[in-house]
Design a protein around this ligand. Structure first.
Ligand SMILES: NC(=O)C1=CN([C@@H]2O[C@H](COP(=O)(O)OP(=O)(O)OC[C@H]3O[C@@H](n4cnc5c(N)ncnc54)[C@H](O)[C@@H]3O)[C@@H](O)[C@H]2O)C=CC1
Ligand SMILES: CC(=O)C(=O)O
Ligand SMILES: [Mg+2]
Length: 372
């Protein structure tokens, strides 16, 4: 198969779909790999490094899309990209379709087969291709939140760790999955007072075991949420219902109960965000203020640390990428975890939460894939 990797074009996105190491693996499987010039500059890999790994370098994204059977990316395709996709092409990348009707329409109209990293599953009930970026974003969320809390950045001027004789800042984390766990590790490491909320009691038990009393856990009711968010200096939004738009757990009305200059980092923004007042921001303008509360809502947080993120992402995406390249649609038909990743196929929506969120008729992945 011809496997193509264009340069990412989202605002301040420096990751790349394939590392040179991944290129070598595809080539070792007998595939041709086509990489756009300068695609890897954000991870210190120039065209020569990709060529040494066996890639062919082409001058433009158009060349990559024209010459490839499968496109491997990081972020959801932008309008100029979905216009280049074709019916016989596989797209393998993050999509986050539920809150994004325009992109969904673009992919449906292209006729391509789109596999979303964030809905591929594993045997343990996890999302293995989302997890590495959730680890990165969870850890970054505390760095971003601590910076936004500085007075010069509009925050209330609290240092999360405190100092001897002065109480630490308070961090509330809504959602104790991969993002939440990694945020809690960083916040606790800085010396902050940390509370995590979740709706899953088994997960709260696990978190309690992991932190052994260093972090408080609380079942997430409206009352508990209000109490923990109103008293927080920094609140992290980290909930997920796989594939679906994030539930709006913190309403605009609730902002009036929060401390002036407190900060929210809505990591769940890529699924629409779990604060009613959130809207996606970019690394060039990451924050805005509503009712005295600073909002940080960058939808591609890991793009800020592309070296770490690209390698972590490739570690997770390579296995299924090779399956797709080796077997094409048959790989999706044969593997239920890859089938869970299928969101769009030849103009049909095959992911239930996406179909429900955007009013499309659901086409079941197993029936729509007529593979001999
Ligand atoms: N902005 C960015 O750059 C990035 C955003 N993300 C996003 O972060 C979000 C979280 O991802 P993960 O931690 O990997 O998901 P996860 O599935 O590991 O964890 C989500 C947690 O939310 C909990 N939850 C669901 N509904 C809840 C509710 N109503 N109240 C309280 N808890 C609830 C679940 O029980 C689960 O423990 C996702 O939307 C993901 O796409 C991930 C990476 C980068
Ligand atoms: C998961 C995601 O949206 C990201 O890594 O940018
Ligand atoms: Mg989007």
């Amino acid at each position: 198969m011809r496997v193509g990797c264009p340069k990412e074009i989202k605002n301040n996105e420096f990751r790349v779909g394939l590392t040179p190491g991944s290129v070598r693996e595809y080539v070792a499987h007998g595939h041709e790999v086509i990489v756009e010039t300068n695609a890897g500059l954000g991870i210190d890999a120039d065209d020569g490094v990709y060529q040494a790994a066996g890639a062919k370098i082409v001058a433009s994204a158009r060349d990559v899309f024209d010459q490839s059977d499968m496109i491997v990316k990081v972020k959801e395709p932008q309008p100029s990209e979905w216009a280049m996709l074709r019916e016989d092409q596989i797209l393998y990348t993050y999509l986050h379709l539920a809150p994004d009707p325009e992109q969904t329409k673009g992919l449906v109209e292209s006729g391509c087969t789109a596999v979303a990293y964030e809905t591929v599953t594993d045997d343990h009930g996890g999302l293995p291709l989302l997890a590495p970026m959730s680890e990165v974003a969870g850890r970054l969320s505390i760095q971003a939140g601590a910076t936004a809390l500085e007075k010069v950045n509009g925050g209330r001027g609290v240092m999360l760790g405190g100092v001897p004789g002065v109480l630490p800042g308070k961090v509330t984390i809504i959602g104790g999955g991969v993002v939440g766990l990694n945020a809690a590790k960083m916040a606790a490491g800085l010396g902050a007072e940390v509370t995590m909320l979740d709706r899953s009691i088994p997960r709260l038990r696990q978190l309690d075991d992991i932190f052994n009393g260093r972090v408080r856990t609380r079942y997430s009711t409206i009352e508990a949420l209000e109490h923990e968010v109103f008293s927080a200096d920094l609140t992290i939004g980290a909930v997920l219902v796989a594939g679906a738009a994030a539930p709006k757990l913190v309403t605009r009305e609730m902002l009036s109960g929060m401390k002036k200059g407190s900060v929210i980092v809505d990591v769940a923004i890529d699924q629409g965000g779990c604060f009613e007042t959130s809207h996606a921001t970019t690394h060039s303008e990451p924050t805005f203020e509503v009712d005295g509360v600073i909002h940080y809502c960058v939808a591609n947080m890991p793009g800020a640390v592309p070296v770490t993120s690209t390698h972590a992402l490739n570690n997770a995406t390579l296995h299924y990428g090779l399956q797709l390249a080796d077997k094409g649609l048959k790989a999706i038909a044969e593997d239920r975890h890859l089938r869970a990743g299928l969101n769009v196929h030849r103009g049909r929506i095959t992911n239930k939460p996406v179909a429900e969120a955007l009013g499309y008729e659901l086409a079941e992945a197993d029936t729509v894939l007529k593979v001999a």
